[in-house]
Design a protein around this ligand. Structure first.
Ligand code: CS2
Length: 471
């Protein structure tokens, strides 16, 4: 049986436009919004690239199942707050039109790190990015999130409406400030008056988001049908844990009561964000590269392997925790213990390959910040160096059995070419670390760091990842 809205489920009005409708937003933002149960705050989702979410969701009235997976069993929940799905490339004007409606008060974003078209080492807009170049030349038919936001804000200013709040839900450090900066840079090129209006009236709160949401599989779809009796073409699966820490700065204070679902509103998100990006995402990436190389398909499988579980424990306890300040009322050791349980949840099959994607965009905020802290204090970093070596080996494109790795990264070609051109392994490592758009001038020239990664890479090459993590 197909999902269909009942009269009662039809009551949602659109208050939020979400750019980058993927599984994460549908298992996080949407569930907090569902819990708030304020029907003025329905969400219209926008896919910036592919039509598949719309194709799956539209025939089922944009209803879908969120399946919570716990070790002891699964729990389905029907999500009703999605009011529609637009596919931006098919009709960019329809997206701009809904972003310009008076009722639209918040634009949320999960477009992944690379969607910001910025330079991850500096946080500045990449003016030579094809999407940015396109959107500057065609402001009324943009392709990228920054182009959509700036043009919609221009229309709102022209119509005498207040701006919407822009709420970034991606794993970037100081994400609100980064997006505000990118929007300002782009708007200044379009019109200085618009840029000043946005600076004066706009709000870009920072937020830390957390929930593990692996890509939905055919097996998940079959299981949801078995559990609910409905043929849902687009369920999402997620772990029980969720967290959302948001700076309470919204235009005219217009926002849903997400605190009903447990969101925390705070004055400063930074300590929460550092903790999460460095302890959760840093360890996730570590397990993804080294686990993949060691032949593990998922994070839970990797954690089952005692050598890896011990490695990640060492990484947390000896290298990351000592240089991460604890947020207010937070016990970092308890946080790490919870991470261990979350990563080990056998019901969540989160592929190492999925997390390994886009490393060039993820490493700076997940691992390089910690590395900088340790170098500043002249502290050793053997585990972190091994993780960076693991990433370099991974993006080299050949696994330990000599098979090709399907490397997905906006810099994939560069990462392979510079390695292939190097005369030996040490030179290959140096060439990759020389990419300042990832490592910054400082790290690419720090011999303590470079030497540690070269040494770790050699061990990795000689012994393989599984033996290397044993130390
Ligand atoms: C993961 C994140 O895919 C990845 O890179 O590390 O999506 C992670 O699962 C979430 O940030 C958890 O909140």
């Amino acid at each position: 049986m197909r999902l269909h809205r009942t009269e009662q489920q039809k009551g949602w009005e659109t208050g939020i436009v979400h750019l980058g409708l993927g599984a994460f937003a549908r298992a996080h933002l949407a569930l907090y919004t569902e819990d708030a149960q304020d029907h003025d705050w329905g969400i219209i989702g926008v896919s910036l690239q592919r039509p598949d979410q719309r194709d799956h969701l539209a025939p089922q009235d944009c209803l879908y199942t969120a399946l919570e997976r716990r070790p002891e069993g699964n729990r389905p929940r029907l999500v009703t707050c999605l009011t529609g799905v637009l596919v931006a490339p098919e009709d960019p004007d329809a997206v701009l039109a809904v972003m310009s409606l008076p009722a639209t008060r918040i634009v949320t974003l999960t477009i992944t790190e690379k969607g910001y078209c910025h330079d991850p080492a500096t946080g500045k807009l990449n003016w030579s990015h094809p999407t940015i170049m396109h959107d500057l030349a065609n402001p009324a038919a943009p392709k990228g999130a920054i182009g959509f936001i700036v043009e919609a804000l221009r229309r709102r200013q022209a119509a005498g409406l207040p701006p919407f709040t822009v709420l970034c839900c991606d794993n970037l450090p100081a994400n609100g400030h980064v997006v505000a900066g990118l929007v300002r840079e782009f708007a200044e090129r379009m019109s200085p008056d618009l840029a000043s209006w946005i600076a004066a009236e706009g709000q870009f709160p920072c937020a830390m988001v957390d929930r593990i949401v692996p890509a939905t599989t055919e097996a998940d779809i079959a299981e949801v049908e078995k559990l609910t009796g409905f043929a849902d073409a687009a369920p999402v699966v997620h772990e029980p844990f969720r967290q959302w820490v948001i700076e309470d700065r919204f235009v005219e204070d217009a926002r849903p009561h997400w605190e009903i679902g447990g969101a925390q509103f705070v004055a400063h998100v930074e300590p929460f964000e550092h903790m999460k990006l460095r302890l959760l995402n840093g360890a996730h990436s570590a397990l993804a590269y080294l686990g993949y190389l060691g032949g593990h398909e998922t994070i839970a499988d990797t954690m089952q392997d005692k050598a890896y579980a011990a490695f990640v424990e060492r990484l947390w306890q000896t290298e990351i925790v000592p240089v991460v300040p604890a947020p207010p009322d937070t016990d970092l050791l308890a946080y790490v213990a919870a991470l261990k349980a979350r990563f080990s949840n056998p019901a969540i099959r989160h592929r190492t390959w999925q997390i390994a994607m886009d490393g060039s965009q993820k490493l700076p905020q997940r691992l390089l910040g910690t590395i900088r802290e340790r170098l500043a204090q002249d502290l050793p970093l053997p585990c972190l160096a091994l993780v960076i070596a693991g990433w370099i080996r991974y993006v080299g494109g050949i696994d330990e059995q000599g098979s090709l790795i399907d490397v997905r990264d906006p810099l994939a070609d560069t990462l392979k070419t510079v390695q292939d051109a190097a005369p030996d392994a040490a030179a290959a490592v140096r060439a990759v670390i020389g990419l300042t758009e990832v490592f910054g001038q400082d790290l690419s020239q720090d011999s303590r760091f470079v030497d540690a990664v070269v040494a770790a890479y050699t061990v990795l090459q000689e012994k393989g990842a599984r033996a290397a993590v044993v130390g």
